[in-house]
Design a protein around this ligand. Structure first.
Ligand SMILES: [Zn+2]
Ligand SMILES: [Zn+2]
Length: 126
């Protein structure tokens, strides 16, 4: 099940909700139940194969093979494309800033909204 869910997410460049994934897989498996999808998504998220976009309550496939650090997601307002950036230096800097006030960081969620390069190119031509 996890492999099938991962395939569905990889085919899409944008984020998908659990229900989007369910809808896609139900085309072949009519009696697929939501808890099955939630379990698969939660295992994939724990394994780092899939990341959850907190602000959208949606999921995307990891764009790297393996990474130990938190990710930074840029999300295009125009086309919905999501790009994953891994920058341990930036995360360390953020933790440093937070720790100046005595805060101990355990988890980073960084989501950047704007316009992707492809959409900007289209707009520049118009
Ligand atoms: Zn990743
Ligand atoms: Zn775009």
């Amino acid at each position: 099940m996890q492999d099938e869910v991962l395939d569905v997410l990889r085919e899409r460049s944008g984020p998908m909700s659990a229900y989007d994934v369910l809808g896609q897989l139900r085309q072949d498996k009519l009696n697929l139940a939501p808890p099955t999808i939630y379990r698969a998504l939660s295992s994939l998220t724990n394994r780092g194969k899939v990341h959850r976009l907190e602000s959208l309550n949606a999921f995307v496939a990891c764009q790297y093979d393996d990474h130990e650090h938190a990710w930074i997601m840029s999300i295009c307002d125009s086309c919905g494309a999501v790009n994953e950036i891994v920058s341990p230096e930036l995360l360390n800097a953020l933790s440093g800033v937070a720790s100046e006030s005595g805060f101990l960081s355990t988890r980073h969620v960084i989501e950047i909204y704007g316009q992707c390069a492809a959409c900007r190119a289209i707009e520049a031509k118009a």
